[in-house]
Design a protein around this ligand. Structure first.
Ligand code: NAI
Length: 328
């Protein structure tokens, strides 16, 4: 079976090529182009396409892929809010994903963002490089003894909870399902979490029910001087309201690995740089905000696990077996 990869970067090729010989039944074809109705129309002789979290896997694309003979969409990521699953089912296309590859990779990045905004590492780095060793403006707070509020205690939220526990923080969480492995965590309702946490980290998926979970109303319920971290999905936070909260000095710091505009395809591919626009760029103007470019998953271990699960998904599909990673 031939798989056409969309938005394939050099690191994707490297990690998939490393294990390719273990899957002689699969032929991998890498395209740099992102998936869109236009590029989907060029798919030829591929029963499967492999897409990413940034890909447009909406109804129009799915219809084109169906017309090109595609039967399988392999998402090389966990999130799938960019996939029109109803359309895929309607056109008889199976969608599979990589549900968990390295929760620690994302959780460690969430803590890296929290540490960086807390201790102003982004400012300290620039200052010292300019030969300015003054401590002015760099005071942070101890995480030890403070309260971490984790929203969503699945794989990544649980890893983040363990990290915060290791820092000596009191860990509280909000989730409709209590994770039995987290006996050190106290589950509370959302309002209590917002009101009690010094550090709030978002780890729930983006769904209708979680869209703009962080808005002016929920921001107003937070403690003054809270640190907010989002490594989950941009749509969980209403950016305009976040900017209003930052302006009112609600936050000690904000760390974002994901932003709303990712899902609206407003990125402009400019050679190898990805340029950002409008509201995300406005966020960058605040000195207590750190933005990274959706790199939470980006470790060697996670890339290895992603390629292995993706190719195992393709193999299971060929054999007609259930992999447990099917979305429809
Ligand atoms: P998971 O499915 O293991 O856990 C999600 C948890 O959120 C579950 O316990 C679920 O009950 C809970 N949840 C659902 N609705 C909720 C709500 N309204 N309020 C509170 N909790 C709620 O997912 P996992 O693997 O932990 O991933 C979490 C998210 O992280 C993904 O949905 C994805 O958006 C994001 N992610 C980000 C990456 C990055 O590179 N920054 C990489 C991978 C995932």
């Amino acid at each position: 079976m031939r798989i056409t990869f969309f938005a394939a970067k050099s690191y994707d090729r490297d990690s998939f090529n490393k294990i390719k010989e273990n899957y002689p039944e699969l032929e991998l074809e890498y395209w740099e182009a992102e998936l869109s109705p236009k590029t989907a129309a060029y798919v030829t002789d591929s029963e499967a396409v492999c897409a990413f979290v940034s890909s447009d896997v909406g109804g129009e694309v799915i219809k084109v892929l169906h017309d090109r003979g595609v039967k399988l969409i392999l998402m090389r990521c966990a999130g799938f809010n960019n996939v029109d699953l109803d359309a895929a089912t309607k056109y008889g296309i199976k969608v599979m994903r990589v549900p968990g590859y390295s929760p620690e990779a994302v959780a460690e990045h969430a803590m890296a963002l929290a540490m960086a905004v807390n201790r102003h590492l982004h400012k300290a780095y620039v200052k010292v490089r300019e030969n300015n060793f003054s401590l002015q403006g760099l005071v942070g707070v101890n995480f030890y003894g403070k309260t971490a509020g984790i929203i969503g205690t699945g794989r990544i939220g649980a890893a983040m909870a363990r990290i915060c526990h290791g820092f000596g923080m009191k860990v509280i969480a909000y989730d409709m399902y209590q994770n039995p492995d987290l006996d050190f965590v106290t589950y509370v309702d959302l309002d209590e979490l917002l009101a009690s946490s010094d550090l709030i980290s978002l780890h729930c998926p983006l769904m209708d029910s979680t869209y703009h979970l962080i808005n002016l109303e929920t921001i107003n319920k937070m403690k003054d001087g809270v640190i907010l971290i989002n490594t989950s999905r941009g749509g969980l936070v209403k950016t305009d309201d976040l900017i209003a909260g930052i302006r009112e000095h609600k936050f000690f710091g904000v760390g974002l690995d994901v932003y709303e505009e990712e899902t609206k395809n407003v990125f402009e591919n400019h050679e190898d740089d990805i340029l950002m626009h409008s509201t995300t760029a406005r966020l960058l103007s605040f000195p207590n905000v750190i933005v990274t470019s959706h790199q939470g998953f980006f470790t060697e271990e996670a890339l290895g696990a992603i390629s292995e699960t993706t190719l195992n998904n393709a193999r299971a599909y060929i054999k007609g077996e259930t992999a447990g990673t099917e979305l429809n």
